[in-house]
Design a protein around this ligand. Structure first.
Ligand code: PMP
Length: 402
């Protein structure tokens, strides 16, 4: 079936308007994605038509809000191959990992095993609670599983790994990590922030105990996200917050009984509009089809690789072809700083990419990289977007050389 990118682009208001000049070329999808009309409409619908609170009312607006919120949970659960009771709504990946790190019983002399590929959000929450053993990369740029096995000892409490790097885009075989963790009776947490927009996720297949993702990287509003956990894994977590919505009963002496998961982990009024928007986003993606998205993006990534390879002044740092549609580069002679390049690409050429250390300072240090320039694609990007990036980079390299 032909991938009708023109029709899909019509769903995204930001791809229509441009920034006053030519339409924008948005290649910063790993930072956050643009939002399609069904998501915008779902948020508007809640705010304009039924903005009651959830789980707290005996009136029509509260009923409708609760129904939409729980319906969204069921849709997200289906999208992940999970049960609704295994989906905790959170604000994003950082909050999801924080809930696990803060909710598990960890002592300072315990440790968790992670990889050097991780975003700060999958490093610092552990560092705050216990020892962290950071596993390096093998020649293919993926975390070294044998090193992870060697790092486990009697005080190891959990393994945590990203399914897809936000710097190199490399995919990690998390099932192998799950098998390793389970051989030692340990849980595995998977950071799926960068995976979710590109590959269908099946938590049963991944065999993970926890999985974290951010709605805003999945065409949904900021303030939406998921902590998936098996029932047993979620029940092991002490709630980060206590208050309304998470208890069945509080006595006069303030003894209390927690509700079941997932609600016991969602104290307080949640970001209802964002959660409803996330449900609309996953439905939108299912309508397009994750397989069609994957095929389209793989072809675009190959074009991106080939076009950037025609620019001899650049060095690519994304070694593996098994990776998300992104490419991270630096100027070979170091003459052009990545932040400068990103600014000029935006201001002169209307091409938006990201430069910096991408909240992965340890990875940049391990690879001895300065700030890098990352172009990251989504299914709505076009061949022309890639060529405009190439042309902008070529002009900048010429200017830098001259
Ligand atoms: N992990 C990875 C791999 C990421 O790319 C990001 C976002 N850059 C995060 C975690 C944190 O996500 P958020 O800021 O949405 O919490």
């Amino acid at each position: 079936m032909l991938f009708d990118v023109a029709r899909l682009r019509d769903d995204f208001p930001l791809l229509q308007r441009g920034s006053g000049r030519a339409p924008i070329v948005y290649l910063d999808n790993a930072a956050t994605t643009l939002k399609p009309r069904p998501v915008i409409e779902a948020v508007r619908g809640y705010l304009a038509e039924y903005s009651g609170n959830v789980h707290r009312g005996q009136h029509a607006l509260a009923d409708r809000a609760t129904e939409a919120y729980e319906d969204s949970r069921r849709r997200v659960a289906r999208f992940l191959g999970a049960r609704a009771s295994e989906v905790v709504f959170v604000r994003g990946t950082t909050e999801a990992i924080g809930l696990v790190a803060g909710g598990l019983e960890l002592r300072p002399d315990d440790n968790v095993v992670v990889s050097v590929l991780e975003h700060h959000s999958n490093l610092l929450p552990w560092r705050a609670r216990c020892g962290v053993r950071v596993v390096g990369l093998d020649a293919a740029g993926v975390p070294d599983l044998a090193a992870a096995a060697a790092a486990i000892d009697a005080r190891t409490r959990l393994l945590a790994v990203t399914a897809c790097s936000n710097v190199t885009g490399v995919y990690v075989a998390v099932q192998a990590w799950a098998a390793l963790a389970h051989r030692h009776g340990l849980p595995l947490l998977v950071d799926a922030a960068q995976l979710a927009a590109h590959r269908g996720i099946d938590v049963q297949g991944l065999q993970c105990d926890y999985l974290a993702l951010s709605g805003h990287k999945l065409f949904a509003p900021p303030g939406s996200g998921v902590l998936y956990g098996t029932h047993a894994a979620l029940e092991r977590l002490a709630p980060a917050h206590l208050g309304g919505g998470c208890v069945k009963h509080v006595g006069l002496d303030l003894d209390y009984e927690l509700r079941d998961v997932p609600w016991r982990l969602e104290a307080g009024t949640p970001d209802i509009a964002a959660a409803i928007g996330l449900g609309a986003a996953v439905e939108y993606l299912e309508d397009i089809g994750l397989d069609a998205i994957e095929a389209r993006e793989d072809a675009l990534r190959e074009l991106l690789d080939a076009e950037v390879a025609t620019l001899p002044g650049l060095h690519a740092h994304s070694p593996s072809p098994a990776r998300a549609p992104m490419l991270t580069v630096t100027a070979r002679d170091g003459a052009l700083g990545s932040e400068y390049v990103a600014r000029v690409l935006s201001d002169t050429f209307g091409v938006m990419v990201r430069a910096g250390h991408h909240c992965a300072h340890p990875l940049h240090a391990a690879l001895a990289l300065p700030a890098t320039l990352r172009a990251s694609l989504a299914f709505y990007n076009t061949e022309d977007d890639v060529l405009r990036l190439r042309d902008g980079l070529r002009a900048l390299l010429r200017r830098g050389a001259g």
